[in-house]
Design a protein around this ligand. Structure first.
Ligand code: NDP
Length: 308
């Protein structure tokens, strides 16, 4: 059985930052890239808000750089998915791709979260060409243009308000006849003149051409009446799901499935298991906050191993 000191699960900014720090600390980390190597950033286009890149960088290029940096210090980066894990006793027993067995002294969980999409073919076709699940990341590209946000929760209201400050007009497409968001957030939406809330509307198709999104075909939830809106950006804000299925029943999770950590640290409910990035963060979800928390997890892990 292979024995390792530090197992890092996930290859977004949190995972690779943990790998950079733990490899520089001579802990010989092994990182499994998971289902989506490079994580959510590989699904966005340009990243302009990560400090240190004055000209911006594509998500894919940033993830390649982070990986190279981790490899440079000796991190062992592998393709593979953790299909089973037993955290009930140390060393932790881990199965990769249903067959390879590992014993790990410590684990840093960086499996991230995935944005939910409507599941339309046209939506997938224009992903990265006007369809986005992150207004903070991509909103800037649509300044002075008309856009739509789908969803009626706090994220949708927050993103609609943010987009309204840079775009000409924002349609908020809500499937019910009310917003689920908090009262304060609703008020912000209703008090923003360039947001139009389309209650009881669903999306039939995202429309576009070779340059990207040009509109959306909506229909009324009750009457079925169709309507086209002209937009260049189509933002999904219908929730995220943390990638924690394999940890259910083993780590303390909140009601939405995010890993609970001791405030201000990366320590989970199991000693020797640390969490970083979006898998424990339903609020900020930024590359820079994920990278920062990857650093925290690596330092917490290093100190914990030293104390053993
Ligand atoms: P939520 O689950 O709260 O809301 C998702 C929204 O998307 C709902 O309005 C839901 O509609 C709608 N939706 C879901 N699926 C579809 C679909 N297929 N088609 C159309 N609409 C759909 O997710 P959020 O990301 O908004 O929030 C997650 C958590 O984070 C919440 O607890 C929220 O309060 C919190 N949060 C807090 C913030 C803050 O306090 N500043 C900011 C952002 C989030 P329906 O209502 O019909 O189910």
């Amino acid at each position: 059985m292979e024995k390792i000191k530090v197992l890092i699960i996930g290859s977004g900014p949190a995972g690779f930052t943990s790998a950079i720090y733990t490899s520089r600390a001579n802990l010989s980390p092994v990182l499994y890239e998971g289902i989506e190597p490079g994580g959510q950033l590989t699904t966005t286009t340009e990243i302009e808000n990560f400090p240190g890149y004055p000209e911006g960088i594509t998500g894919t290029a940033m993830m390649e750089d982070l990986k190279k940096q981790a490899l440079r210090f000796g991190a062992d980066v592998r393709r593979g998915i953790i299909t089973d894990i037993d955290l009930s006793e140390r060393p932790f027993k881990v199965t990769v791709d249903h067959e390879h067995k590992i014993e790990a002294e410590s684990v840093i969980v960086c499996t991230g979260a995935s944005a939910k999409y409507l599941g339309l073919e046209s939506e997938a076709k224009y992903r990265g060409m006007g369809v986005s699940a992150c207004a903070t990341c991509d909103g800037f590209f649509y300044r002075k243009q008309d856009v739509a946000v789908v969803g009626g929760g706090d994220t949708a209201c927050e993103e609609a308000t943010y987009l309204a400050s840079i775009c000409r007009k924002v349609y908020l497409v809500v499937r019910k006849n009310y917003l689920r968001a908090s009262k304060a957030m609703q008020e912000r939406v209703f008090n923003t003149p360039n947001i139009e809330v389309l209650f009881e509307h669903n999306t039939r198709e995202v429309l576009g051409d070779e340059n990207g999104v040009t509109g959306a075909l909506l229909y009324h939830s009750v009457t079925g009446e169709e309507r086209t809106i002209d937009i260049t950006g189509f933002f999904l804000a219908i929730g995220h799901h943390p990638n924690t299925e394999v940890f259910k029943g083993q780590l303390a999770l909140d009601e939405q499935g995010y890993i609970k950590v001791e405030p201000g640290t990366s320590k989970t409910s199991v000693e020797g298991v640390f969490a970083a990035g979006d898998v424990k963060d339903p609020h900020y979800r930024q590359a820079i906050t994920a990278a920062g928390s990857g650093c925290i997890a690596a330092l917490d892990c290093e100190r914990w191993l030293l104390a053993q």
